[in-house]
Design a binder for this molecule. Structure first.
Ligand code: XMP
Ligand code: MG
Length: 183
């Protein structure tokens, strides 16, 4: 075992890789069916959506275009600040396009409501949201998420694109962190 082995820092695995993969297949089939005949643009939110975007887009059978936005909403900690900054904007003009935002996780919904407001102002033909994970607080969120992979307990999780201070994104599973990591 290496000193830097990810597993040293984990408490327990909440969703193993095979369950993530199976759910992504289901979502992809549903999105394909709902958007038949459309020229769909997938907008991934960096960096968290890196895994769900690459898996979801490959699981889809439709022709799609992929673009990315990078935003920052959390800073370095585990609390949503509500302050969203665009670090990298889309390369695509979404006017009159059918757009699906692909997000890793919705917690308070602050990040997504900002994004929806921002992208709506650009005049897309349609704008929907897919989020791989949803936290309990999202029940009160000001946004409507059409596609949800998994509902999670109210714990901070990492893996499958989700990070803590930039680390653990490359974990295949979704897991909680051991308490020693937060110290
Ligand atoms: P809000 O509260 O704006 O949060 O809906 C969405 C963003 O917060 C991050 N987030 C997490 N990141 N583990 C993470 O690694 C978590 O448990 C978690 N909860 C929220 C994430 O960046 C998401 O885009
Ligand atoms: Mg994110």
């Amino acid at each position: 075992m290496y000193a830097t082995d990810i597993s040293n820092d984990l408490e327990h695995v909440l969703i193993p890789a095979d369950k993530l993969a199976a759910r992504v297949e289901e979502l992809a089939a549903q999105i394909d069916a709902d958007h038949a005949g459309q020229d769909l643009l997938l907008v991934g939110v960096l960096n968290g959506a890196m895994m769900v975007m690459s898996d979801l887009s490959r699981a889809m059978k439709s022709l799609v275009t992929v673009d990315w936005m990078a935003i920052s909403s959390y800073g370095a900690g585990t609390q949503s600040s509500g302050v969203v900054r665009i670090l990298k904007d889309l390369s695509t003009d979404i006017h009159d396009r059918d757009v699906l935002i692909v997000e890793d996780i919705i917690d308070t919904g602050l990040t997504l409501s900002y994004l929806v407001q921002n992208l709506t102002s650009r005049g897309p033909r349609s704008l929907e949201i897919a989020a791989m994970f949803r936290k309990p607080e999202a029940v009160d969120a000001p946004v409507d998420v059409k596609y949800v992979g998994f509902d999670l307990p109210n714990e901070f999780v990492v893996g499958y694109g989700l990070d803590y201070n930039g680390l653990y994104r490359n974990l295949r599973d979704v897991a909680t962190l051991a308490t020693h990591v937060y110290r």
